[in-house]
Structures are given as C-alpha cells and as structure tokens.
Design a protein around this ligand. Structure first.
Ligand SMILES: Cc1cc2nc3c(=O)[nH]c(=O)nc-3n(C[C@H](O)[C@H](O)[C@H](O)COP(=O)(O)O)c2cc1C
Length: 175
C-alpha cells in the first residue's frame, strides 16, 4: 500500500531537487516537519543501528548561532526550520547512514514543495554547545528547510547541475 503526501514520482523529485538557500517567509507546519523527520528516521543503516538523532530548530536566534558554526552557512538563519543531524558513532558507516537519512529528509521535504540545503558545521564543538549536544556524540551537519523564493539563484545553474552521465558512469569495468 502506498502512502503519499505529494503527487510527484520519486524520479522527478530526485531530478528536480536542488540546494535551496533562499527561503520565503512562509512557515512550515509542524505536521509537515513531522513528515520530513519521519522520512529520515525510516532510512536504512548499517546493521540497522540507526545511529542518528535529529534536533528540530525553529528559534531564529538559535539558527543564527548555528550559522556562526559553519563557513558557508549564511542561509541558515533565514530557514523556516533546521535539523541538526547527530550521530552516536563516527566513521565510515555512520557517516554513510547519515547521508542516507539526509537524502530521505530532503526528498520528503521536496515532495511537499519545501527546499533544503545541507550545511557543514566546520566548528563542530561550538555547534554542539549551541544545542547542548553531549560531548561524545558527533554533530557536523545541519539541514535547513523552507519554501523556496520564486526564481532563486542556484549555485551551479549550468544545465541540470550535474556532470554528464557518460563522464561518471562506467559499464562492467573501468575501461
Ligand atoms: C557533505 C556536504 C556538505 C555541504 N556543505 C554545504 C555548506 O556548508 N554550505 C552550503 O551552502 N552548501 C553545502 N552543501 C550543498 C552543496 O553545495 C550542494 O549540494 C551542491 O553544490 C549541489 O547543488 P545543487 O543542488 O544546486 O545542484 C553541502 C553538500 C554536501 C553533500
């Protein structure tokens, strides 16, 4: 049985979802935030360890303080809300798991017309302090969310923003 909140096909969502850094003033409802977070929670993970925790941040001052923890985070204070992606484990598998969760979160949001941007917390220890995250947990990524402004500027506007298929895909072997 299929549970749908939007109307788009997954392939269309993947093709059209781009980093959104300019947000309208429109608030995102708590129900929609729950739908988005729930999609992240459903992601697959190594050994099904689900090493993630998500902190929902809507407070504008806290968003500003998080923005100060990343080198490329000017958009974060203008988001309708942000999610801190926190993991209980560091290293390859946990990082991969968080990446899976991030993709689900972003696609679930886009299905609702809500754009998002991954933002790296270069000053991770400072970011942990902002949200009272325990010292033994890892916190490197904030996802900011909001309805996009019309005609927003994309960072890589050429073509569809991705390398050509033949440049990155090999069949059967490298050469
Ligand atoms: C691991 C990772 C870290 C990123 N960090 C930032 C960041 O700190 N600030 C930012 O504005 N975008 C960040 N991005 C977003 C990328 O710049 C974006 O996904 C990429 O340029 C593709 O953009 P597009 O969706 O417009 O094609 C990050 C993306 C990833 C996957």
């Amino acid at each position: 049985m299929q549970e749908t909140h939007g109307k788009a096909l997954v392939a269309d969502l993947i093709r059209t979802q781009r980093a959104t850094r300019q947000y309208s003033q429109q608030a995102v409802s708590e129900a929609d935030i729950q739908t988005i977070v729930n999609a992240g929670r459903r992601a697959q993970s190594s050994n099904n360890q689900q090493p993630w925790y998500f902190v929902v941040v809507r407070d504008r001052e806290t968003l500003q303080r998080l923005a100060a923890c990343g080198k490329y985070a000017d958009h974060v204070p203008h988001a309708a809300f942000a999610l801190a992606l926190i993991s209980s484990d560091a290293g390859g598998a946990a990082d991969f798991d968080l990446g899976q969760a991030a993709a689900y979160l972003q696609l679930a949001a886009w299905d609702l017309g809500i754009g998002s941007c991954i933002t790296w917390m270069h000053f991770s220890e400072k970011a942990k302090t902002v949200l009272n995250v325990p010292a033994d947990l890892n916190f490197h990524v904030v996802l900011s969310f909001g309805y996009p402004v019309p005609q927003q500027k994309l960072q890589s506007p050429k073509k569809d923003g991705r390398k050509p298929f033949d440049e990155v895909v090999h069949w059967e072997r490298w050469l």
